[in-house]
Ligand binder design. Sequence first.
Ligand code: PAF
Length: 287
Amino acid sequence: MINLQIPHATTIRALRARVKSWREAGETVGFVPTMGALHDGHLALVRLARAHCDRVVTSIFVNPAQFGQGEDLATYPRDGVEDASKLAKERCDLIYVPDREIMYPDHYTTMLTLEGPALGLESDFRPHFFGGVATVVAKLFNQVRPDVAVFGEKDYQQLLVIRQMVKDLDFDLDIIAGETIREADGLAMSSRNAYLNDDQRQRAGKLNEILKSFGGALHSGADLTEAQAMAMTAAQDVFDGVDYVQARCATTLQSFDAGKVTGPARVLAAVRLGDARLIDNCAVPAS
Ligand code: PAF
């Protein structure tokens, strides 16, 4: 029988007391930051953290700083009871659920600004996003002080932004990437998939197909500008809007010059279906 009881911490003091007791016992700590509404993609990250560490902390905090005006902060799916039961089944050791007052008390003023991998792609459409993500993740790292933190490749630009932040700000922890977990038709799992109606859900699976065939064309030596234009047209045929479909350097996210892929590449896209905005990416297989 599975024990669905799982310790929660709602304050930094309680979190640190628990982590300190593990450290005193010589145990290592893995950390999975989330905004809740957990799906199998999140749970795979928890398992990955568990594979690297003795203890796992998962945080649940819907971070207002990464939502812009008119975005879905108020409606973002929340289900704390269901999340706790899923995390208990994964033998997560502690759920950290700070509230807004803990993360951003009155007179809070500090926000990170980022360049490098944060420039372009998501930032062109959600300029506030990476500042909000990096700020909350930096705070969470300082609160939890893990040995390892796990982020999904589904949010590939976010993953690179966090890696760069860890390097630039000298955080003493390792970032581990978890592969994207997909539905049977290739749709990347995301809490926001809950916004899709039946028709939109059917169309959503095409995003991965489009990216795979874009990546496949580049792998076979297709001209980058032509392959990108074809992928854009295919996406425009299926989705209500397309923010971007692009190939970028897999390590820096910089654009390739002169219509030619040189070195490891990643294809990335963001599209709109009704109220939902889907993002996805995949590696371009090496030629
Ligand atoms: O990927 C997410 O769910 C969020 O951006 C994160 C990393 C938990 C920060 O709020």
